[in-house]
Design a protein around this ligand. Sequence first.
Ligand code: SF4
Length: 382
Amino acid sequence: MTAKASPNALPRPSGPGAPSILDLSNDEIERLVAGMGEPAFRSRQLWRSLYKDAARSFDEMTTLARSLRSSLAESFTIDPLTTVMSLDSKDGSTTKALFRLPDGELIETVLMRYERDGHRRPRRTVCISTQAGCALGCTFCATGQQGFSRQLSAGEIIAQVLHAVRVARAEDAISSRSGGVPWPVPVSNVVFMGMGEPLANYDNTIEAIRRLNDPQGTGIGARRVTVSTVGLPPQIIRLAAEPFQVNLAVSLHAPDDETRSQTMPVNRRYPIASLLDACKTYVARTNRRVFFEYVLLDGQNDAPEQAHKLGRLLKGILCHVNLIPVNPTAHGPYRRPGTRRTAAFRSALQGYGVPSTVRMEKGIDINAGCGQLRARAVNQHG
Ligand code: SF4
């Protein structure tokens, strides 16, 4: 908690140093509003204004009395994000934003737009960060090459989604003025796949999911939320006991410990066998499939025998494999395999009854891979 719930002891003065009200939990908001002498329904109105309406200023919260809005504005800010850079891919499908947090840390958020595809409705997916930097040091990841700075608060995590909601609504407003059909919802999917390891920031990640999932909050169904992890077995087992039906994506990237440890140092602490044990426990407890992410690195982990090894490893596990030809980073020595080699890998997996899809990353032309924009900004501006 960054603020006290009494009107006489409200936190720091407003302005750039004021705390964000997004860092208060629902209970804390209730106590704050009650402490200001307001009835309980005002806290629900405030909550809805923050998370459903994605209000960016207290002035926009016209359901609240002007005096309450003024009191809140004297003590809190709302949005902790300042946009440093925003880039659109050439095809317009992807926007990547670099944000500065109040203490100067830089984080990235990516908004991806998917047009109608057969029976699938058009949708927007936002990829969010959970840490400034990352301590896990995966060698193929620009964030991993920059080191860890700090955990993001739940408010800083969800602020990225609220930002995307505002961008999406503005797009829909422009489109409807020119006769276009608005998309079904501003943002339909959220992936915890940006900078950082979400399960290493467990409590704030879970609190952010709770607010996303809250029908009185952002209202994004848990099944449309994906938590992507490098594979921390204790936290995977903990996640299985949470009441949300979120999707779990595990970055596997290699079929054996030797290869995996070369690119993912975390594997030395949690080898593949312990990771898969945790995944099997997760499936048994939740009855939900696990998504395995496998970044294909040309000549490193994409050989036919490695595909067979992976097939044998995953055979019988309720899972789906996403094969992702690598997005070369500014620093990484990796190359993307050709389409024939990728297709052969996939077909080998099929032989073991392991379902898979090849996923091309969006926004290659705007450094949309995790941590690339931050790396670019840091390199340019020191
Ligand atoms: S891939 Fe994820 S866990 Fe690995 S270094 Fe990058 S941000 Fe951290």
